[in-house]
Design a protein around this ligand. Structure first.
Ligand code: AMP
Ligand code: ZN
Ligand code: FE
Ligand code: FE
Length: 294
């Protein structure tokens, strides 16, 4: 059993990379990919812990990208963690996230909910603070009765304390993953909110033209019908198929690591395909700077 979509407290998961690895081992997983939002910082701790247990870790991340038609999440697998362009772009996103927090806090202040930057930073040890961390502090300071209430009343798009974050374009997100030798995969295609199968096909074809190489057909909340459709389109477009739970720990209490209701438990062969793509060098873009240097 494997799980290719897992978050730690380096982004907005509840558990440290070490505890995530221990949980995966306990539940009998053979391999997981750590896919924190906009950061790869949690990977070294996860890899160190995994070596004690014989669990395989795939390097990964999940980038929030701007598509013009809404927000799209792109997973990147088997990336080179030292790639300069990747690190530069993640630093850009980190700075954007850090500059966004005081703006949110200022808005909350006007609703008599004082919160300090330090209080947020304590919630986000990975240095990529976001709205879930703000919601945590609002909850423990008893400004709201629950985290969902924090989003509904204040933090969601359209609510009075909403502040958008800096994002990469879709093309850029795909490019930096490929530039780092990785495989870009569309996360939870259900989020495209495209119910017409022809339109969905066209949309994915466009993404493929930008360099997308796979689609996360197996996912915690995909129905049988959705999963089938995504598998069919992946086959037609020759995109590889991945799957994962999107485990966040108690932050998303209904989701368990390794648990995929439709199509799970996921077999290791999905990883073989990713490895094939990576070792064939297909992950690396022809025109990436690094290639020109070599
Ligand atoms: P951010 O990247 O800081 O904008 O935060 C996005 C994250 O907030 C998502 O990955 C979700 O985990 C969480 N989130 C977004 N909307 C809601 C909501 N309505 N209720 C609870 N969590 C949410
Ligand atoms: Zn998340
Ligand atoms: Fe996502
Ligand atoms: Fe995720």
């Amino acid at each position: 059993m494997i799980d290719l979509h897992v978050h730690t407290n380096f982004s907005d998961g509840s558990y440290s990379p070490r505890d995530v690895v221990r949980r995966a081992v306990k539940r009998g997983l053979k391999a997981i990919a750590i896919t924190d939002h906009d950061t790869i910082e949690g990977l070294s701790e996860a890899v160190a812990e995994s070596e004690l247990h014989g669990l395989e870790i795939l390097t990964g991340l999940e980038i929030s990208a701007e598509s013009g038609k809404g927000n799209i999440h792109i997973l990147g697998y088997m990336i080179d963690l030292d790639n300069a362009a990747l690190l530069e772009n993640l630093e850009f996103l980190r700075i954007g996230r850090r500059e966004r927090i005081p703006k949110i806090l200022k808005k909350l202040q006007s609703f008599d909910m004082p919160i300090t930057i330090e209080e947020i930073e304590r919630e986000a040890p990975g240095g990529v603070p976001g709205r879930p961390h703000v919601a945590n502090v609002m909850f423990y300071k008893q400004y709201v009765k629950s985290r969902p209430e924090a989003f509904d009343k204040f933090l969601r798009r359209g609510a009075p304390a909403f502040e958008d974050k800096v994002k990469l374009s879709l093309a850029k997100a795909i490019e930096i993953i490929r530039g780092a030798g990785g495989i870009p995969v569309l996360a939870h295609p259900v989020s495209l909110d495209e119910h017409d199968s022809d339109k969905l096909f066209d949309r994915l074809e466009e993404l493929k033209k930008l360099g997308l190489m796979g689609i996360e057909a197996y996912y915690s909340t995909h129905s049988e019908k959705q999963t089938e459709l995504y598998l069919e389109i992946a086959d037609e477009l020759d995109l590889c198929v991945t799957g994962g739970s999107d485990f966040h720990g108690i932050a998303k209490p209904t989701i368990e690591i390794g648990k995929i209701p439709v199509g799970g438990p996921l077999p290791y062969i999905l990883i073989n395909r990713l490895k094939e793509l990576a070792t064939n060098g297909l992950g690396r873009q022809k025109n990436s700077n690094e290639k020109q240097k070599n």
